[in-house]
Design a protein around this ligand. Sequence first.
Ligand code: UGA
Length: 382
Amino acid sequence: GFKVSSEKLGLADIIFLTVGTPSSNDGGIDLSYIKNASEMIGKALKDQEGYHLIAVKSTVIPGTTENTLKPILESSSGKSIGEEIGLVMNPEFLREGSAVQDMFEPDRLVIGEYDKKSGDVLEGLYRGFYHRKMPPLLRTNLVNAEFIKYANNAFLATKISFINDIANIAQTVPGADVTIISKGIGLDNRIGGQFLNAGLGYGGSCFPKDVKALVAFSKQNGYDPILLDSANEVNFRQPLVALRLVKQLLGTLEDKRIAILGLSFKPNTDDIREAVSLPIIKAALEQGASVTAYDPEAMENMSRIFGSKIGYAQSALEAIDDADCCIVVTEWDEFRKLRPEDFASKMRNSLIIDGRRIFDAKSFEDKVSKFVAIGLGNELPK
Ligand code: UGA
């Protein structure tokens, strides 16, 4: 919980509304926090003089700012949006872990404005802040700004699911390697090289939630968005590719000791929201394996979910000790330092599944009992 004095809130010229919009049970988004916050802001502005601008930064379904937030702001403030209160939707594209850098050097700014004055005020703030480094600015209406945020995340998520689909095909073709294929297509300026790292799928508090919410919204409107549905489906299946490989190679997961390296949804965070480690561990346990996990930062969070159902190691080396197989789930830098000899000497059976392509396959060949990597062609038992 946090407290904001309504007196102080009312004194601000520009109020950024940044509360979370988590998934709701029906696949849409839960607007309760943002509705409460809007009401609080409206009340705080009730007896204030002068012009105040409200800038919505939270990710909201197209139409929400105009149809849901505006009426709340108007009824709680007793003022109409326009004259005294301005309203903009200003989506943010920050990544967890590099938010400060993304804030100082954004690719672009998007301002969705209720009216010209609202947009002018926010543009003025940004021009003063960025000065000579002002990024490209797109001014549009509220609904397009809301849409841009969803389309942006949906595109990036689809790009990842696309390369994961290619990786799964490449996996069946001896000699093929998705990292090289990514490099080759990424050099085409129309495609671009970023977000083409194949792996065990995307997680986090944004991509999975936003793709699902956009799909649900679209279906509600009567359109079946088959591409986005598939991006979501590929991502749902992708973590389990790791276990399928283990099963192909060990015959069964029953009574096997599996080491999981990396639990967070990406490196350099303890965040495990929608992390792909979750479905992997869950399915491994269901199939009778025992799991020992290690993550530099996310162990505490994970222990709240799995408790004593899995083991928690103090280091990567401890996790792989006596294991039948090891799956690299998150590409933490410290895992890159592990050598083939470490796996060969520590593990009972040195089967390694490189789920994030952090190792040089050649250096592992002949040194471990089996090295398999996502999107690296290999003839495996069917
Ligand atoms: C994402 C977007 O990148 C931000 O632009 C956006 O502002 C943010 O969501 C949001 O909506 O708030 P974030 O969730 O912090 O940011 O993380 P990313 O770095 O985008 O990674 C998301 C997931 O995609 C991770 O699980 C990562 O492992 C995976 N990923 C990313 C891949 O599997 N392959 C890639 O090539 C890139």
